[in-house]
Design a protein around this ligand. Structure first.
Ligand SMILES: CC(C)(COP(=O)(O)OP(=O)(O)OC[C@H]1O[C@@H](n2cnc3c(N)ncnc32)[C@H](O)[C@@H]1O)[C@@H](O)C(=O)NCCC(=O)NCCS
Ligand SMILES: Nc1ncnc2c1ncn2[C@@H]1O[C@H](COP(=O)(O)OP(=O)(O)OP(=O)(O)O)[C@@H](O)[C@H]1O
Length: 198
């Protein structure tokens, strides 16, 4: 019986860092961010709808989506962000459901669905156990700015576009406190997997 684990957190809280640990352990990770990138490749239906709605100004020279330009638009305007979500999320849900089914069919012990908006998109029904990767607000802001080179304002608009991490940890089965070192987070993950006999 495959245990379906939902991995979530906030932007730059460390979800990808923790999902890489699962991969190192040989546990399949289905990454919503990757599926969302694939879903908006030129030729995909979501790509056509995005260009139709947001205009060719959000395209690179080669016709692919200029992610930075689109991000600047939608994180500064909730209505536009919700419109983009309405275009992309159904395609992401469909792609993840197929991969989830494949993992269950191959009798894997566990599969991880790495979904940044697990709670916001009301996808908790897809998973059996939920791990939230937590950091405090200052650490989140510092790491997001450090990784992406955003201004403080750009980073804050992105953080504020999601449910606060302090509310997410209440909904979690387990929390990984990622304020410390990556090694300390790995130790917390191993304790959780031990508890779940994975
Ligand atoms: C706006 C886009 C083009 C920006 O691309 P970019 O490469 O800069 O960021 P990336 O996709 O790697 O996302 C980075 C992080 O931003 C956050 N984020 C992304 N989209 C959203 C959103 N619609 N609402 C809230 N947070 C979001 C998540 O924490 C995500 O992990 C892209 O994020 C996108 O297409 N978003 C809509 C689809 C979506 O909601 N994806 C996130 C989960 S499925
Ligand atoms: N424990 C840690 N100590 C120091 N830096 C960390 C730690 N965990 C993650 N980081 C760094 O913080 C940044 C954000 O981490 P990561 O990309 O894993 O977050 P994320 O939740 O996947 O982000 P996103 O929501 O954008 O997908 C990265 O630059 C990563 O290298």
């Amino acid at each position: 019986m495959t245990l379906i684990i939902g991995l979530t957190g906030g932007i730059a809280s460390g979800k990808s860092t923790v999902s890489a640990m699962f991969t190192e352990l040989g546990i399949t990770v289905i990454d919503a961010d990757i599926e969302a990138r694939l879903a908006v490749e030129p030729g995909e239906q979501a790509y056509q709808e995005i260009v139709r709605h947001f205009g060719p100004g959000i395209l690179e020279q080669n016709g692919s989506i200029n992610r930075s330009a689109l991000g600047s638009i939608i994180f500064a305007n909730e209505e536009k962000r919700l419109k983009l979500n309405s275009i992309v999320h159904p395609a992401v849900r469909e792609r993840m459901a197929i991969k989830r089914q494949q993992a269950v069919a191959s009798n894997e012990k566990a599969v991880v669905l790495d979904i940044p908006l697990l709670f916001e998109s009301k996808l908790t029904g897809l998973v059996e156990k939920i791990i939230v990767v937590y950091v405090d607000e200052k650490t989140q802001l510092d790491r997001l700015i450090g990784r992406n080179g955003f201004s403080e304002e750009e980073a804050i608009t992105r953080i504020r576009s999601q449910m606060p991490l302090k509310d997410k940890i209440v909904l979690a089965d387990e929390v990984i406190d990622n304020n410390g070192t990556i090694e300390q987070s790995r130790e917390q993950l191993m304790k959780i997997l031990d508890k779940w006999a994975i």
